[in-house]
Design a protein around this ligand. Sequence first.
Ligand code: ATP
Ligand code: MG
Length: 365
Amino acid sequence: MRVDKLVLRNYRNYAELKTEFNKNINIFTGANAQGKTNILEAIYLVAMGRSHRTFEDNELIKWQQQAGIVDISFKRQDMENVLTFKFIKDQNKEILLNGNTIKSKDLIGLLNVVLFSPEDLALVKGAPLLRRRFLDIEISQANPPYYRQLLQYNRIISQRNNLLKKIRERKADASLLEAWDEQMVKSAVVLVNKRLEAVKKFNMLANLMHRKLTGNKENLAVYYEMSGAQEQNPADLAAFYKKYLQENQQADIFRGSTGVGPHRDDLLLYVNGENLKTYGSQGQQRTGVLSLKLAELEFIKSETGEYPVLLLDDVMSELDGSRREHLMAFIRDKIQTFITATDITSFPEMSFAKFYRVTEGRIME
Ligand code: ATP
Ligand code: MG
């Protein structure tokens, strides 16, 4: 997977930009607030259908302008493709693949990217939602039907929850739940099976990375935690969910939400047997996140045959020398990478990299 060209028009602080990229490493340096992250954001946006920084498309259009464009040419399975995003103020964006309009939900899996930014430390420390999202994005990029299943599951849950609230307000009868329960169980089983399978593989990959990064001193283990389950993984998932929904119907109605399911599950991270979230030092947590990100690259490669594009926003300065070297050795000549940094000095001699200087929405090679 490789991004060859980027065109921006009235996007963020770029009035007009046309640039071609190196197939190895691309490094953007410049002072704060010049537009380095905006470049990475544009690539992420086209890959995922939304910015990693905002849900609000209007924010992406250059101030005082009515419309903006992001246009990316990329190579996937040796085929050249063009994805175009057209933003018009206060309207839905238009997405085109090679000139033909497509839906946002059909984007996933076309251009695969892995983003690593300082906020990703929250992957260890933050709420379960972040770890679920990490896992879902990883599986979805490798397996787009999973993403459609996930959207469907979320719709089922939201409709079931609406019904629960109506029942609570005595505006609907509890017998109506049966049909939703059946759908929820079916969909949940598909999702959780896929997640369990992915986590099994991912656990192995993440530990491999983590051992390398720590000179074999630490082991990282990744477990899938099913909400509501006593034992690790119930053998019969459908029976487990059915039983839960029946036994907890009153509680669900009282709360107006569904207490158990893939939307409540979590990933547990352990280093040398200790919970990384609770007991890990800052450095261990940071290394853990790096291991997860590198494992994500390997996971997507092993599922699709191609490495995703790697976006490293401001993380080089956060890694110590040996982590940085390890990271460079890992990506070199293998993974197309886009790196931002304020300081050029964190990058010693790299003949295989292309350097760009970013100043006030302009780029110089
Ligand atoms: P840092 O080193 O601090 O991370 P950066 O170079 O990554 O900086 P970006 O986040 O890429 O900076 O760009 C931020 C700049 O873009 C800010 O100056 C901000 O005001 C400007 N900006 C953001 N959105 C818009 C917009 N819609 N129109 C014009 N300028 C914008
Ligand atoms: Mg930035």
